[in-house]
Design a binder for this molecule. Structure first.
Ligand code: ADP
Length: 465
């Protein structure tokens, strides 16, 4: 990955460089050849006047003066000065051109740009005018497309290309170093994360990675740390649960065995009262095993709810009635006024479990003289049910965790109340299955309130999402 990233950076640099050089080259060539063409035309425009001046100031075609004019001619330009009758008087060529031509003829190995092939020529006939009118004609032949011929221009062009080449090499060098450094910087936190993930996979759940940035990699590191943290918590909960479940199973089993031994030894009579106690213990075991099974199935997503139209006020009323004897026996007061029927789409069995668990918790965690109140508020699209108690409340630090399976706040107290930490996990799963929401508010020492919002129609809720 590091290598691939580095090579991609490098490829981008090379492509950018290539395109920059090509475009600079193109623009430069064009500008430069335009400049050369312009200067050729300017020189040619001034030529008749210069020749005329030269002739008249000396009274003849003076070689010195002609030589200085020839020197100023653009390379590649040939001028024949003729009498108006057509007879050639002399030919003008930039002497530099002749010199360079000879140099390359002598094979001195110096190519000053003269060995080019001129495919197209342009020609012009200029009249050289004196006081008595046209006294000579200059026939000019020059390359249609100006090329770099002049050594000064030539060295200017090569200086430009040289600096372009040096800049390109520098960009390539700095770019390669930067891309090597950037790809390393990007990859090394990922490599650290991979190592940490491998360690977590091997069971070292304490593994954490340092978060050094706030970008996507930093967010990934934070998410990884949270995941490892959660795995650690889940692992602790699982261990705790195994210990608790062993305890939960052993207590009723020990009690049943003691009763049976007492019956066998004739110490206790197998009467209705004692058999009821055994039956209660068996029910506790059965309840525990069905809680476990339901939670497991719900968490695997395999719970197949049987949705029908359920009268929720009737369902809550029945659940309350089931628990009323226990609540009264404990000396708690109950506030529940059965409202008019409200039908919602739901699974009757699961919803009963949900409200039973909430009410049973309220009962378990409230001491006499306390109050448990249930309120139902129907809305056009959903129904809100809240179960409030004036019990022991839930410590702030436990609030976000109570819906985790096997989580129990204040373990010693929960053991007394005989919980396993499954009830609320199941409540959460059932609420989600019904596309509802669940909220808890609690103050330690004052009480708790669980509020459930259930849609009247599940399909509509799904469509809206
Ligand atoms: P449990 O079987 O222990 O009751 P739950 O999942 O039903 O398991 O509840 C998890 C924990 O949340 C409980 O152990 C208890 O500490 C806390 N809790 C739940 N309901 C209440 C409540 N009404 N009042 C105080 N604490 C509660």
């Amino acid at each position: 990955m590091h290598k691939r990233l580095f090579l991609s950076f490098l490829a981008i640099i090379l492509i950018t460089l290539l395109f920059s050089i090509l475009s600079v080259n193109y623009v430069f060539q064009k500008q430069f050849s335009d400049y050369l063409a312009r200067s050729t035309i300017e020189t040619l425009e001034q030529l008749p006047e210069r020749l005329s001046n030269s002739f008249y100031s000396h009274g003849c075609w003076d070689p010195n003066s002609l030589n200085s004019i020839a020197h100023s001619l653009p390379l590649g330009t040939h001028i024949q000065i003729k009498e108006p009758s057509g007879e050639t008087i002399l030919t003008l060529i930039n002497p530099m051109e002749t010199m360079m031509q000879n140099d390359s003829d002598m094979d001195m190995g110096i190519d000053m740009g003269l060995n080019y092939s001129i495919e197209e020529w342009k020609s012009k006939t200029l009249s050289i005018v004196g006081p008595e009118g046209v006294f000579a004609i200059a026939e000019v032949r020059y390359p249609a497309r100006a090329k770099v011929l002049n050594p000064a221009d030539q060295s200017f062009v090569s200086a430009i290309y040289q600096s372009l080449f040096i800049a390109g090499a520098l960009v390539l060098l700095i770019g390669s170093l930067l891309s090597y450094w950037t790809s390393r910087r990007l990859i090394s936190p990922l490599q650290r994360l991979t190592r940490a993930a491998t360690r977590v996979g091997e069971g070292h759940l304490d593994e954490q990675v340092s978060v050094t940035s706030r970008d996507e990699v930093g967010q990934l590191a934070t998410a990884f740390n949270e995941m490892a943290d959660n795995l650690k918590k889940q692992e602790q909960l699982r261990k705790q649960f195994t210990a608790d479940i062993a305890h939960e199973l052993r207590t009723p089993l020990t009690s049943i065995r003691s009763y049976i031994e007492a019956f066998q030894d004739g110490v206790l009579p197998a009467d209705n009262e004692n058999l009821t106690i055994i039956n209660e213990e068996i029910e506790r075991l059965t309840g525990l095993s069905s809680d476990l099974k339901d939670l497991n199935v719900a968490e695997m997503g395999a719970l197949q709810p049987n949705f029908t139209q359920v009268d929720i006020s009737e369902l809550i009323d029945k659940t309350v009635n089931k628990l009323t004897p226990l609540i009264q026996e404990k000396g708690l007061s109950l506030e529940w006024h059965k409202p008019d029927s409200v039908h919602i789409e739901g699974d009757e069995y699961l919803l009963t479990r949900l409200f039973y668990n909430l009410l049973h918790n309220a009962y378990k965690f409230t001491e006499s003289p306390g109050t448990i109140s249930i309120q139902m508020e129907p809305h056009p699209e959903n129904i809100q049910v809240s179960v409030r108690d004036s019990g022991v409340g839930i410590p702030d630090q436990d609030l976000p965790l109570i819906f985790e399976r096997f989580y129990r706040a204040e373990k010693s107290r929960s053991r007394e109340t005989g919980g396993t930490g499954i009830g609320l996990a199941l409540v959460k799963q059932i609420t989600h299955l019904h596309q509802g929401t669940l909220k808890v508010e609690s103050t330690q020492g004052e009480g708790s309130q669980f509020t459930i919002l259930l849609p009247l129609n599940i399909n509509e809720q799904i469509n809206r999402q």
